[in-house]
Design a binder for this molecule. Structure first.
Ligand code: ASP
Length: 328
């Protein structure tokens, strides 16, 4: 049987880092060739490229679009993207929204750099190759593997800052697990929605978290900055804000898309349970869009991607309903 061809693009992150001499901290030092060289023989052909070598908070949409183009060009059986874990959930979701092919994409990284005891990078990369080469990964969009779990880009979040078990897909749970170099699939993936194709990523889409004693003044200030194209509110509970913040939202909504997500880290925004000023139903009545099961981070990526593709307000509402699982 022909060996699968897997394309691997590396962008940096802890998996590529090792401490500098003289007691300095870990910095990006390993490119694609070194990372793959550490795995020894693997049962697939691998074509690898170092596209960047940076901490993942410094990644930007332009780099991710370049990464996507590189991956599509290789015409491989699977595509692995290696990067830092800090923004991995955002990269995975961004690529998931923009990946037009059935070819599996698997994003991975590491929690422990090469200078620490038991670095997890080699195992995670080896698992990513396994997942990318599995024909049953086809059509599932972008997947994430770390710590032997296989997650859907749609659900995965970094839920711990330092643990090896840092990634969670709560409440949906992981799609599968890698055991002895084979993927054990627990769940089918939900049907894929058409990929987005925007290229106008200029401007800003800030996330503004709200909470106790929030007059809404900071939201108003943030939204009035030049180049702001939309705002995501990390709202309390099921999508609630203070009455002052609700006043600000009602002033913003006529000219700016406002998406309301829950800041809780799990669970959806609601639509019709509460009725007070600042409740979910009052914000919907003003014209705000609810994020459903999408958290504020993923909502920011989706809103920016929709604006980049020229979506109007009706389309933004419709896409959040579909992709935030409000319509399922
Ligand atoms: N601590 C991060 C990591 O896990 C650094 C980064 O995200 O680049 O890779």
């Amino acid at each position: 049987m022909a060996r699968p061809l897997i394309a691997v693009a590396t962008l940096g992150g802890t998996i590529s880092m090792a401490p500098v001499g003289g007691g300095g901290g870990a910095v990006p030092r390993l490119g694609a060739a070194e990372l793959l060289g550490g795995l020894g023989d693997v049962p697939m052909d691998v074509l690898a490229e170092t596209l960047a070598g940076i901490g993942s908070a410094s990644l930007d949409f332009a780099t991710l679009l370049r990464c996507r183009e590189w991956g599509l060009r290789q015409d491989a059986d699977g595509f692995v993207v290696v990067q830092g874990t800090d923004t991995l959930e955002e990269t995975a979701y961004f690529l998931d929204l923009h990946w037009p092919s059935e070819t599996p994409v698997v994003v991975t990284g590491a929690m422990r750099n090469a200078g620490l005891f038991s670095p997890d990078g080699p195992a995670n990369l080896r698992n990513a190759l396994t997942v990318a080469a599995d024909p049953r990964s086809r059509g599932r969009g972008v997947l994430v593997t770390l710590n032997d779990d296989v997650h859907a880009a749609r659900w995965v979040r970094k839920a711990h800052s330092s643990h090896l078990e840092a990634f969670s897909s709560a409440p949906a749970g992981p799609l599968g697990m890698v055991v002895e170099h084979a993927v054990h699939w627990f769940h089918p993936s939900p049907p894929r929605l058409p990929s987005l194709d925007g290229d106008d990523f200029g401007g800003l889409v800030p996330v503004v978290e709200t909470g106790l004693d929030d007059s809404g003044a900071f939201l108003e200030h943030a939204a009035s900055q030049p180049d702001v194209r939309g705002v995501v509110i990390a709202a309390t509970g099921v999508g609630h804000v203070s009455s002052g913040t609700a006043d600000v939202i009602s002033r913003l909504v006529p000219s700016l898309p406002v998406v309301v997500a829950s800041r809780t880290g799990a669970g959806p925004t609601l639509r019709s349970t509460y009725g007070f000023h600042g409740s979910e139903s009052s914000l919907i009545a003003m014209g705000a869009t609810m994020a459903g099961w999408l958290d504020a981070r993923k909502s920011r990526i989706l809103l920016h991607a929709l604006l980049a593709s020229g979506a109007d307000r009706a389309r933004i509402e419709q896409e959040f309903r579909a992709r935030g699982d409000l319509d399922r």
